[in-house]
Design a protein around this ligand. Sequence first.
Ligand SMILES: Cc1cc2nc3c(=O)[nH]c(=O)nc-3n(C[C@H](O)[C@H](O)[C@H](O)COP(=O)(O)OP(=O)(O)OC[C@H]3O[C@@H](n4cnc5c(N)ncnc54)[C@H](O)[C@@H]3O)c2cc1C
Length: 500
Amino acid sequence: MIATPTDQNANEHLDVLIIGAGISGIGAAYYLQTEQPAKSYAILEARGASGGTWDLFRYPGIRSDSDLHTFGYEFKPWEDEDAIASGDKILAYLRETVTENGIDRHIRFNHKVLGAAWSSEDARWHVDVERADTGERVTFSANWLFSASGYYRYDEGFTPAFEGAESFGGQIVHPQHWPEDLDYRGKRVVVIGSGATAVTLVPAMADDAAHVTMLQRSPTYIMPVPAQDSIANALKKVLGKKRGYALTRRKNMVKQRAVYSLCQRYPRAARRVIRFMNTRQLPEGFAVDEHFNPSYNPWDQRLCAVPNADLFKAIKNGKASVVTDRIARFTERGIKLESGRELEADIIITATGLNLQAFGGIALSVDGEAVTLSDTVAFKSMMLSGVPNFAFVFGYTNSSWTLKVGPLCEHFCRILAHMDENGYDTCYPEAAPDMATRPLLDLSAGYVQRAVDHLPRQGEEGPWQMVMDFRRDVEVLRNGPVTDVSLKFATSVRELAAVS
Ligand SMILES: Cc1cc2nc3c(=O)[nH]c(=O)nc-3n(C[C@H](O)[C@H](O)[C@H](O)COP(=O)(O)OP(=O)(O)OC[C@H]3O[C@@H](n4cnc5c(N)ncnc54)[C@H](O)[C@@H]3O)c2cc1C
C-alpha cells in the first residue's frame, strides 16, 4: 500500500486515531470497523507505505522467526505453505488484509505524529502531525488515541561507537538501512551480532559472499525449526483453509507456551536439549560451548529460530563461521579483536540491534503537563495510569507479537461500547501513589536494558501486570469485565464518576 499524493486531512476530528500502519495498526483498524462500525477512525502513518517492520527491513533473507499461524491475524488465515515466512510474503499478507477490508481508505500516509495533548475541557486529544512528504504541520483531534507504533526507532538502528570505524577501508552497513545496490558477491563479510537479524543474514549471504563471519560478543540460544509445518499443511487440505488455520494456530500456541514454560521451569534441561540439537547440526569437533552456549537461561532473552537449520548448514559447508570475541577496534582492513586476532573484511554489517522507543516518540501531555512515561504504570497491558483515552499495543515477547492484538482490540472496542452506553467521554486508569512497580519488560536483552528506564512501568499484580500469556489475556481482555476499581470513567474530568 503506497501513499497517494491526495491525502488532505488537516484539522479533522475522528473518534479514534490509530498511530501506525504496521501489523498492530492494521489489526486495530479491522477490529474497530468490525465491532464499532459507527466510529470514525484514521490511521496516521509516518512512512509512505504500510507494513511497518515488514516494509522497513530490506536485508537479504528478511523473515519472521515466529510461525505465521500465530503471527498472522486470527481473522485471516495464513495460506502459504511456509510457516516461517519471508518478509515479502508477510508484507503481501498485510496489504491483502488492508485492501480486502477497505482499510486503505483510512490510512493517511506520510503523517508523522509529533505530539498529542489531552484537553479535559473538551475531552479530546489535539494531535500535532508533520507531513513527511511536504514538511507541512497539520492537526487532528480525536476522542481516543490508539498507539500501534511498534517499539523501536525507525530513523536509526543501534550502533555502538566502534573505535577506528572511520579508518575501515570497506563498507559499513546497518541492516535497518540496507543499501539497495549493495554488492557482496565474492566479498568477505563480517556480521557483528548474534540476534535474529545476524542469524538470518549469515546464511542468506553465505552462498554469494566469499565468506561470512558472524562475530559475536556472547552466544545466543539458536533453535533449528522446520520452515514448513507439515501438520498445518495437512490440516489445511483436510479441514479447509479456515478450520485448518484455526486448529494449527491453537496447536502452535500450546507448543509455544509449553516450550516457554519448560524453559522457565527446567532451564538446565532445556539448555541441554538445545545444546544437543545444535551439536547434531554442526561439524564434528565444533566448539559448541564457545559459540552456542549462552551464560543466561533459555528464554531469559528471546530465543532465535533458524528455519531448516540454515545457519548451521552454512557453517557445516564452510561458507560461514562464528567467532566469539570482543572488538578492540576497527582497522583499515577489518576488525582487531581483543584476543589479538584480526578479521579481514570488505563489508562489515552491524547487526547490533534496535533503539527501543515507546509510542513512536510522541510527546504526550495531559492538560498542559508533559507525561513522563517512567512515572506511568501500564494497565491491562494497554493503557497508562493518568493518561485518558489512550490505548496501545505492545505484543508478546515470548511468543508471536500478534497474538496479543486480537484480545486487546476486542477489549478496547468493549470499553468504547461501555462509554457510549453510559454517556462517558473520558476513561483513565488510576494507580495508587504507593503502588509497588517494576520495569515494563523482563527481558535482559541489551536493547531492552538500554531503554527500560524511559518506559512506563508495570505493577506487581492484577490488571497492572504486563501480561505475556495469551490464556490470561483471553480471560481478562476477551472475557473479563471492562470495569475495574482502578479504571475511572467520567463525562468530563471535573465530574468524575468512578465505576467499579
Ligand atoms: C527484523 C524483525 C523481525 C521480527 N520478527 C518477528 C517475529 O518473527 N515474530 C514476532 O512476534 N515479532 C517479530 N518482530 C517484532 C515485530 O516488530 C513485531 O512483531 C511486529 O511487526 C510489530 O508490529 P507493529 O505494527 O506493532 O509495529 P511496527 O511494525 O514497528 O509498525 C509501527 C508503524 O508505526 C509507524 N509509526 C511509528 N511512530 C510513528 C509516529 N510517531 N507517527 C506515525 N506513525 C508512526 C511506523 O512507521 C510503522 O509503520 C520482528 C522485528 C524485527 C525488527
